[in-house]
Design a protein around this ligand. Structure first.
Ligand SMILES: *[C@@H]1O[C@H](CO)[C@@H](O)[C@H](O)[C@H]1NC(C)=O
Length: 274
């Protein structure tokens, strides 16, 4: 890369080989041009250092999301910072989901409209970016399948409509975020290993799966939900993509999911919403 960007590329090349002489380029080997091996080593070292630094930053940011008993001033400052990052409030979202269900029970389209209209009038667009275009994509994760519409995605939060009129069942996923699942229509059943009875959630109910907790869930028959996750969202993305990569191989769906998610994260980053 540096070599290409160098304005004196022609001069450098002419020292060793004629520009445009593809046969000469093709035959260039580390032995005929001594800097090759050390520079490759340097490249790998830089890559390794870059990954280590990224990993350390990620790990550090991740600790912010853990609930501490305020052990130090340092952590108190970090926890103060997270209020700036989280825009949605779980209690308010639950109230909104309940109000939307009460306003038009069983009418999923009207419930979604109600939610999106409320959110866009509640939150100014310089505080958080919301996606008002209903771009539906399939989502396969943890063995379950449904369709989703991403209302919001940023580094620390996502808000989606997820569900299926057919029913599905699977693993909630082990990821570094709290998950609030508000049932809008139908029923969701869930249980944790160790429990012998299931929990049942109907329209207006909220199923909170704390960060790090895993459950089996079933959207018995049809079910639609408003799903809110807060935590370290990039850490949740591999789970969201794994079934696509190892099972469905539905490339257009994976492409669209990645495209919409990245676009929304970027739109939020650009207004300082992490
Ligand atoms: C949004 O919904 C909440 C919960 O029902 C309600 O308190 C609030 O007034 C609504 N906001 C708007 C702008 O409609």
């Amino acid at each position: 890369m540096l070599f290409i960007l160098n304005p004196n590329t022609e001069d450098i090349m002419s020292d060793t080989q004629k520009p445009g002489d593809s046969a000469c380029l093709a035959m260039a080997t580390p032995s005929s041009h001594s800097p090759s091996t050390p520079s490759r080593l340097k490249k790998w070292t830089i890559t390794l250092v870059a990954f280590t630094v990224l990993y350390l930053i990620y790990s550090w940011l991740d600790t912010i999301k853990v609930k501490h008993n305020l052990p130090s001033l340092f952590h108190r400052v970090l926890i103060g910072a997270q209020h700036q990052w989280y825009v949605f409030d779980p209690t308010e979202l639950h109230a909104l989901a309940k109000a939307a269900v009460a306003n038009s029970p069983d009418d999923t389209a009207a419930i979604i409209d109600y939610i999106v209209t409320n959110l866009t009038s509640t939150y100014p667009s310089n505080q958080i970016r919301l996606n008002t275009h209903q771009e539906w994509v399939f989502n396969n994760a943890g063995g379950a399948m449904g369709a989703m519409y991403i209302i919001h995605a940023s580094i620390t939060e996502y808000l989606i409509i997820f569900g299926t009129p057919l029913g599905t069942e699977g693993h909630t996923g082990y990821y570094p975020a709290d998950n609030y699942f508000h049932i809008l229509k139908g029923e969701q059943w869930a249980f944790e290993a160790g429990a012998l009875e299931m929990q049942r959630f109907g329209p207006g109910d909220r199923n909170w799966t704390p960060r790090g907790v895993v459950r089996q869930y079933k959207m018995h028959k049809g079910c639609w939900a408003l799903e809110y996750a807060r935590g370290w969202i990039p850490g949740a993305l591999p789970f969201g993509m794994a079934d696509g990569l190892t099972s469905t191989l539905d490339i257009p769906t994976m492409y669209n999911t990645a495209r919409i998610t990245a676009r929304e994260m970027l739109r939020n980053l650009l207004i300082g919403k992490i």
